[in-house]
Design a protein around this ligand. Structure first.
Ligand SMILES: *Cc1c(COP(=O)(O)O)cnc(C)c1O
Length: 347
């Protein structure tokens, strides 16, 4: 039986063309700065997102950590969402390794942080308080796209208070492709419309873009120099990394616009899950479908669900709040199988 793996968009296998690009990549020693494939990727992403410099990183976690440590000093704080990856899912690295205090805020239902909450949590310059230094947002967040008007307002607020602005854009291109209509269908222009509101952005290539490994951090030349020092210290200085950068570069050139297919499959899955008793489907904006089970079905019935799905060749995550993520290796038949397995279980 074939399996459709909807646990995450990180599970994709590199395509044959991507593997060919990896094999053909010219390589050097990136710690000496002379891996041409790494340099080409960094230059391409910086240029396409409107930044002066960029740095290839092994993971998004390290990329965000280097960003936070490059924006903030010991005793500074960053304002961040309660469910943001940089706060909740990175092992507390900013605090542990950077001596940077998080100021987490609750999210609104659209994933944003209320501007009034941000303003109220920027501390005055007083020895009692950590120094408020940075605002960190995430887009997409939980599969939701932050509105451009919101990004503009949050950015203005940050600048008024002297805060730097970092975007965890692990899924930046999902947000860009979802909003590309307003940018004349140009996903890169749509991405720039987002990144224009930030001093730095981290983009994952190992999510929906479909590369096996890697993230890229973008920012000013000074900022990237500081991040480069932290990356070395954190053990992220890689040698013939061009073999990985070539995969990411292939994804950047060939697998951005196709994210629209993943979004369409998420819509199809959500539609296929409508009308089940005790099951509430959140309308997906990009490639993630969240499904909440009501308390009546959430008990024992929920506990057997993942095994049932697995027996039908469907992998997902969650217990009472299920998560189905579409990606490069999912097709129409796969999402239809997932919907059918859910219908079978809840009918
Ligand atoms: C996946 C992800 C990251 C980085 O994760 P790594 O597994 O370290 O590459 C960062 N932020 C968000 C929002 C993510 O989804």
């Amino acid at each position: 039986m074939t399996t459709v793996d909807l646990r995450s968009d990180t599970v994709t296998q590199p395509t044959a063309a991507m593997r060919a690009a990896m094999l053909a990549a010219p390589l050097g020693d990136d710690v000496f700065g002379d891996d041409p494939s790494v340099n080409a990727l960094q230059d391409a992403l910086a240029e396409r997102l409107g930044f002066a410099a960029a740095l290839f990183m092994p993971t998004g976690t390290q990329s965000n950590l280097c960003a936070l440590m490059s924006h903030c000093q010991r005793g500074d704080e960053y304002i961040v969402g309660q469910f943001a990856h940089t706060y909740r899912w990175e092992g507390g690295g900013a605090a542990v390794l950077g001596s940077i205090q998080p100021q987490p805020l609750n999210h609104q239902t659209d994933g944003s942080l209320l501007l009034a909450d941000i303003a109220a949590n920027i501390k005055p310059d007083d020895a009692h308080f950590a120094r408020s230094r940075l605002l960190t947002l995430e887009n997409t967040i939980g599969g939701k796209v932050l509105p451009l008007s919101y990004l503009a307002q949050a950015s203005t607020l940050a600048l008024q208070h002297g805060l730097a602005r970092h975007l965890d854009g692990a899924r930046l291109f999902n947000a860009a492709v979802a909003g590309a209509g307003a940018a004349g269908g140009d996903a890169y222009a749509a991405a720039r419309a987002i990144t224009a509101h930030f001093d730095s952005v981290s983009v994952c290539f190992s999510k929906g873009l479909g590369a096996p490994v890697g993230s890229v951090l973008c920012g000013s030349v000074d900022f990237i120099q500081r991040a480069h020092r932290w990356r070395k210290m954190l053990g992220g200085g890689m040698r013939q990394a061009g073999v990985l950068a070539a995969a990411a570069h292939y994804a950047l050139d060939h697998q951005v616009a196709r994210l629209a297919d993943d979004h369409a499959l998420a819509q199809r899955l959500a539609a296929g899950l409508q009308g089940l008793v005790g099951v509430t489907v959140e309308a997906p904006q990009t490639n993630i479908v969240f499904v909440d089970l009501s308390p009546e079905v959430a008990g024992d019935k929920a506990k057997g669900l993942m095994d049932h799905l697995k027996s039908r060749g469907v992998l997902a995550t969650g217990l009472y709040r299920l998560r189905f993520v579409t990606h490069l290796d999912v097709d129409t038949a796969g999402v239809d199988r997932a919907a059918a397995a859910m219908r079978e279980y809840f009918s």
